[in-house]
Ligand binder design. Structure first.
Ligand SMILES: [Zn+2]
Length: 235
């Protein structure tokens, strides 16, 4: 694993000179995750996935961007930046990596609300660098079989597997889509992306009560393995 914040300049520059490097930038959020998970949940999960990917591939792991676009969680607690700010930070980081001769970049996303800020970045960087820099954007839940939730079974299991910050005794059942039609599910998704509380009254999407660390470890391995198989990146 290459966690760049622990490395020194001469070592890093030599590494980049010797071999073409791929950098991975994890992005999370600081937002409510119900009464039982910490506000750092998305950042914690995406950092761990990036760490595991870097371990298998030797990608340069950059520090996680802990702030994301989470204002849809208001009036629940969230510390957010706007879509344009997040996009700008990422574009500037990619340009800076390019100046340091790192030309393959992965943006690994851990929060649903960040997605709109991310999808144009590969094209923008391609234009700005005249095709020299390749950026790929992935949201980690696309590499798992289970449905993504918010502080439900999946996120709670993932957190139990990687963290001691979970308060299982406080876990409450939240909004579930069981029995809803496809159309109703889409409507709920759309509304939640603007105002989460309008759909999930207690801030939880899913049911975390049966979450386990064992299941979380399984889901984590599945994500990392599928990522390595499907992302088509050099390593
Ligand atoms: Zn989350």
């Amino acid at each position: 694993m290459i966690d760049i914040v622990h490395l020194q300049d001469p070592y890093l520059r030599k590494l980049i000179k010797t071999k073409k490097q791929t950098a991975i930038i994890p992005i999370g959020s600081i937002e409510q995750h119900g009464p039982h998970l910490p506000i750092s949940t998305d950042s914690d999960i995406v950092s761990e996935i990036a760490r595991r990917i870097s371990k298998k591939t030797d990608f340069l792991m950059l520090p996680t961007i802990n702030y994301g676009v989470s204002s849809e969680h208001f009036p629940f607690f969230n510390i957010s930046v706007t879509r344009t700010t997040l996009q700008r930070i990422l574009i500037e980081l990619c340009i800076s990596l390019w100046k340091n001769k790192v030309e393959t970049i992965i943006i690994l996303n851990g929060h649903h609300g960040n997605q709109n800020a991310l999808h144009n970045i590969p094209k923008k960087i391609h234009l700005l660098s005249k095709g020299k820099v390749k950026v790929s954007v992935f949201s980690y839940w696309h590499f798992m079989k289970r449905d993504f939730d918010h502080a439900g079974f999946v996120e709670t299991s993932l957190m139990l597997a990687i963290s001691k910050k979970v308060k299982m005794k406080k876990a409450l059942k939240g909004f579930t889509t069981n029995g809803l039609s496809k159309k109703q599910k889409l409507q709920a998704n759309k509304l939640a992306s603007k105002s989460f509380i309008s759909v999930a009254r207690n801030g939880v999407w899913g049911d975390p009560r049966n979450a386990t660390a064992k299941e979380g470890s399984k889901i984590l391995s599945e994500i990392v393995q599928s990522f390595l198989k499907e992302s088509n990146l050099p390593y």
